[in-house]
Design a protein around this ligand. Sequence first.
Ligand SMILES: [Fe+2]
Length: 456
Amino acid sequence: MADADAAGGREAAKGVSWFELAKADTGRIPDHLVEDHYQFLGSEPLDVARYTSPEFFRREIEQMWPHVWQYAAREEELLNPGDSVVYENAGRSYVLVRQADNSVRAFHNVCLHRGRKLRQRNGRLGELRCPYHAFSWNLDGTLKNIPCRWDFTHLKSEEMSLPEAQVGQWGGYVFVKEAEGGPSLEEYLAPIPSHFERWKPEQCFTTKWAGKVIKANWKTCMEAFMEAYHVIATHPQIMPFTADANSKYDLYSDHVNLMITPFGLTSPHVERRVRDEQWVIDQFLKYNGRVVEPGMTIDVEPGETARQAMGKHNRARFGKLYEADLSDATDSEVQDAYTYNVFPNFSPWGGMGPQVVYRWRPWPDHEHTLMEVRLIQRLRPGEEMQPSIPMHFLQEDENWEGYFGQLGAILDQDMGNIPFVQEGMNCSKTGKLQLGNYQEIRIRHFHQTLDRYLER
Ligand SMILES: [Fe+2]
């Protein structure tokens, strides 16, 4: 299919376009969000071996992970000098340490003596000391002490500093990159920093954080959150107030893409002959846990749409919560899902409401993933940043709803598919997967970037 055909097809299928919606909203959507950054990238099937093959996984570990910027922590996990975070992924372990000058360094978390991990958990440190034989390092990674130094005359102190990874910081997030050289974090994340200027993730603190090991490849898990196409079968209860098929998909660079799913508007899949705007809001209040609080009520006023009513309500509610003037926030920014993905495994949501943050890591092999969901919320003016709560590790028999409420109920519906996607791929006869040209473009985009790393 030609590029123009793909674009025409999606316009015909979607009904009301994002552009029309944005024009009807209260408040002016920033121009960069209205622009179309879709690109047709071909329609070839994907090979299931990308998810099922240990050999493919080994190539990811060797060719991809060392060369990408990985979201390793939030700043509030290591607020003070000496605070440390252990970040582990793809065959590496790092200990991130806040320095006296407030910078952050990331050391390979392995004793240079006999190879024990230096740290197994986060915590405040005075030094990095191996529990096995007490080799120790200063917090800047230089060697501090070797017990019975006379027995190691063959080791030069100046050659015994801990190896380091690159560290980058943006928006309250701390990133590591193992390999030396470019691109810089700023180049890698563009245009995210400019998009998030209005949403201020650097002024946010962690309010909720849970993780769970899922029996599926890390990409299988992640891709369940990269399109709104699955709403019709997986989350039918949100269709009255979720314009799933009106979602906008944008590709910005090899590493960054975006899906905007409009809320407060009924899915084009739903017949609405006898329903009114109050019904839309009532369903929204009942089944959304992200921009709705338990017990919230909203009366739609005559002439008002559900989307406008939710916009008005949340502009006031979030403004009060953050003690901030949000009068210029659009209806969209206080209810829509702005799901950004940063290659390979980081998904920060934009918007004025509490921001959702996803991360997926192989845990530890190609058939298991640690999926994390974090919520961050803006501090009030003058409010002091508090240390982050720790991640709540959900056990196999615990569901997400128990921790996140209504938001978790949605995740539990996703989990109802993910392990069975992996099982299905493991026994696939064709060995192929098919993707939609528009709604699943972010998945194809991800795989094309992955191939660039694997083929280098
Ligand atoms: Fe879902």
